[in-house]
Design a protein around this ligand. Sequence first.
Ligand code: UDX
Length: 457
Amino acid sequence: MNIVIIGAGYVGLTTGACLADLGHGVTCVDLDAERIAQLVHGRMPIFEPGLAELVRMQAAAGHLHFASRPDTVVPLADVVFIAVGTPAREDGDTDLTHVEAAARDIALLLRSEALVVLKSTVPAGTARRIRQLIARRRGNSDIAVASNPEFLREGSAIADFLGADRIVAGADDEASRALLEEVYEPLTGNGIPLVSTSTVNAELVKYAANAFLALKIGFINDVANLCERAGADVSDVARGIGLDKRIGTAFLMPGPGFGGSCFPKDTRSFVQTGRRLAARQHLIEELVDKNEARKRELARRIIREAGDKPAGKTVAVLGVAFKGNTDDVRESAALTIIPLLQRAGLKVRAHDPKARAAASEYLEDVEWRATAYQAAERADLTVVLTDWAEYRDLDLRRLSGAMAGQTLVDFRNVFEPSEVIRHGLRYVSLGRPPMAAANRSARAGLAERVGIAASPA
Ligand code: UDX
């Protein structure tokens, strides 16, 4: 099939490279000529594990092309995906300017048999609106618009695409449905479930899925707070509830509040849709507020850990990306927490394996260091804000030796409490009070004595 993708950003590029991998001929179009020139030379505008290799491979094989104008490529397309950004407006609603501009740009170029597919995350009813927009421009309503939301996570986007849990294909007529199903046949033929539905249902699936996952995170963050008061260990509680298949173990890691380009924006947009349609999403409204409040509350906690006179003390922040394995800092907890620490007079020294450049645009007066150990050098306390795998492997003896103070605040629970304590550090983590650490090491000791493996963290 001949496919054109409008928007060579994170979603567009991943979708393009993966659809090429499935055997389609794909052209990614982006009006940013500089970006296209980079891609033509095999340089990636974003960091996503495996994407550069896949793009280069598919381009070299002649399956993936790039263009900075839609004029010559759209008239040849069977399917045109719109994968441009849908930022949040001031009021939290979704800004559809780029989607509408893309639709306007391609409207007169489309063959009448072509199908337009919205990949961008858009509120309920957008596919129908875009269909009308294209119809007005063409003077007839021959072009159908489908909805095919993506569920890619940054850091594992390719695996999420090629090994998706499901494909949601929203179409309002049989011909569009058949075309969209043909695009994904290589995946559905291999057993990936297909949810074939209407456009408005598909649009709602995306928002409801993200809202529900965000709710799981908000819930476990609350449970972590409770565990701290009750002297319980949230890792065991999460595992205990998560093994119930109706709940599931994923997305039950407490943290400093969810961030990224999707959850914060999509939950707000979901709230706005609920308000607009007089079906308020009270749970999600509360979640949005609590998630922001959590970032501020954890900043206060760090300040408290810095002692009675925090001013002038140095805090080493490990990780500014909104999660591990990405250079993205959008809505990252670090962007809220670091300025609050600075306002309290703390000096911030930071490390991040990938996100320093992006974070530098938002943060001032941060001393950046090339390694976590260098950041911790003579620091009064060290705070982990991102779950980078390399932090899990830090040599705690070396870290504690480098620090001037001895407090390690871990807002991602990357360390095993007993290990941290063994290295003479005072350990503050989420939902795992020191007593739980003691219990855990006692349990490990007992398990060792009776010759069985202790339960994992
Ligand atoms: C998310 C959705 O997972 C994906 O399906 C959608 O297409 C885009 O939004 P992404 O933003 O890449 O993906 O990140 P994700 O891995 O979902 O994490 C989102 C945020 O929640 C991060 O800040 C992460 O640290 C946090 N999180 C996630 C937790 O705090 N605890 C968890 O258990 C899981």
